[in-house]
Design a protein around this ligand. Structure first.
Ligand code: 1CP
Length: 322
C-alpha cells in the first residue's frame, strides 16, 4: 500500500516536475509510477497509481491536492440539496485516464506480476466529501449520519453506484484484482457500522461478485468490526497491526483469506527488527493458504527504501522454507 508513493526518490523527482493530479491524469506517467516499485523491489503485485478521491472530481465537488496539506474538497456535501447537486457522469467520461493507465501499465508489466485496481469504499469517500478533506473526529460526517439518516443513505447509494461502475470499468480495462479502501471506517461503533455502512457495502460486493476478480476489503482500526466486514463481503479481509493475525483469522473463519498486517511504522526500525516482525506474522499465519503478506496501512514517506527491500526479502525467504 502506497508502495508507489512519496518514499521513493524517483517518485519525488517526478513530482518536482508534475502536480499530483497531473500525474494521475497522464496515463503514460501514471503507468510509469505504477511500475516504479516493481523495478526496484521483487514485490508480487503492482498497485495502480491513482487516488481514491479521483471518482469525486467529476461529481463536481471541486477536488484539489494542495501542496503538503493533503486533499481539499472545495464544495463539501452536507445537505440533501448538495447530494442532489452531485453530477452523474459515466465513469468512461469522468475518469478515462484511470482506465487508460490500466491498459498502459498492463502492457508494460507484460504479465510479470498482477495489477491491483482499487477504489475508496463509500464511507471513506463520504467522509472526505462531507468533511471537505481529511479529518480527525469525522464530526461533520457523523452530524449528517445521525442528524439526517435519509440524506446520508442517499449519499451512500450514490457513491456505491458510482464505485460499482468505476470498478467494473477497471476490470474491463484489465486489472487482476480489486481492493476497496475503507481506510477510516474504524471511527464507527459496530452498531453504527451495521446501520449506516454495512447495507451499502453488501450491495457493492454483490455487484462485484460477477466481475471475475478477487476483491480485498480493507480498513484500519477495525478490530471491533471484523465480523461485520466479513458479513458485508470480500474475498480477502485486510487486517491492520492492532490485531493479532491468528486471532483475527480465527474470528473471521476459515472460508476467507486475510491480508496484512505489518505495522508500516515498524519499517523505520532496523532490518533485523523488520525481519523478526515478518517472522512473527508468518508464524501467526502458520503457512495456511490464503494469507497475503502486506502492510497494515500505507508506506510512510520517511521510510528508507532499503528497509522496504529488507521486508520484501524477509517475506520471500522466511515463507519459502515452509
Ligand atoms: O504529494 C503527492 O505526491 C501525493 C501523495 C499521494 C499519493 C502518492 C496521494 C494523496 N495519493 C497517492 C497515491 C495513492 N493513494 C495510491 C496509489 C498507490 C501507491 O502510491 O502505491 C493509493 C492506493 C491511494 C489510496 C488513498 N488515497 C487512500 C486509501 C489508502 C490509505 O492509505 O488509507 C486514501 C485515504 C487516500 C487519500 C489521500 N490521497 C493523498 C493523501 C495525502 C491522502 C490521505 C489524506 C488524509 O490523511 O486524509
Amino acid at each position: 500500500m502506497r508502495q508507489a508513493g512519496r518514499f521513493l526518490p524517483e517518485y519525488r523527482a517526478l513530482r518536482e516536475q508534475h502536480g499530483f493530479l497531473e500525474l494521475c491524469k497522464t496515463p503514460a506517467l501514471a503507468a510509469e509510477v505504477t511500475l516504479l516499485p516493481i523495478r526496484r523491489f521483487p514485490v508480487d503485485a503492482a498497485i495502480l497509481f491513482a487516488d481514491i478521491l479521483l471518482i469525486l472530481e467529476p461529481m463536481g465537488v471541486g477536488l484539489e491536492f494542495a501542496q503538503g496539506d493533503g486533499p481539499v474538497i472545495h464544495r463539501p456535501v452536507r445537505s440533501a440539496a448538495d447530494v442532489d447537486a452531485l453530477a452523474r457522469v459515466p465513469a468512461a467520461e469522468g475518469t478515462p485516464f484511470v482506465f487508460e493507465t490500466i491498459r498502459h501499465a498492463q502492457a508494460l508489466l507484460a504479465g510479470e506480476v498482477p495489477l491491483v485496481g482499487f477504489a475508496g469504499a463509500p464511507f471513506t469517500l463520504a467522509s472526505y466529501a462531507v468533511e471537505g478533506g481529511g479529518s480527525r473526529n469525522y464530526a461533520e460526517t457523523k452530524k449528517l449520519m445521525y442528524g439526517d439518516a435519509r440524506t446520508w443513505h442517499r449519499l451512500m447509494e450514490r457513491l456505491t453506484e458510482a464505485t460499482v461502475e468505476y470498478l467494473q470499468a477497471q476490470v474491463s480495462a484489465g486489472v487482476d484484482a480489486l481492493q476497496l479502501f475503507d481506510s477510516w471506517v474504524g471511527c464507527l461503533s459496530p452498531d453504527d457500522y451495521r446501520a449506516y455502512v454495512l447495507p451499502h457495502m453488501r450491495t457493492l460486493f454483490e455487484a462485484l461478485a460477477s466481475s471475475g476478480v478477487p476483491v480485498v476489503h480493507f480498513g484500519t482500526g477495525t478490530a471491533t468490526l471484523l465480523e461485520l466486514m466479513r458479513e458485508a463481503g470480500g474475498d480477502v479481509i485486510g487486517l491492520d497491526w492492532r490485531v493479532d493475525l491468528a486471532d483475527a483469522w480465527a474470528r473471521l473463519g476459515a472460508g476467507v483469506a486475510v491480508q496484512g498486517n505489518f505495522d508500516p511504522v515498524a519499517l523505520l526500525a532496523s532490518p533485523d527488527e523488520i525481519r523478526r516482525r515478518v517472522q512473527r506474522i508468518l508464524d501467526q499465519a502458520g503457512g495456511r493458504p490464503g494469507h497475503i503478506f502486506n502492510l497494515g496501512h500505507g508506506v510512510l514517506p520517511e521510510t528508507p527504501p532499503e528497509h522496504v527491500a529488507a521486508l520484501v526479502d524477509a517475506v520471500h525467504e522466511l515463507s519459502a522454507v515452509r
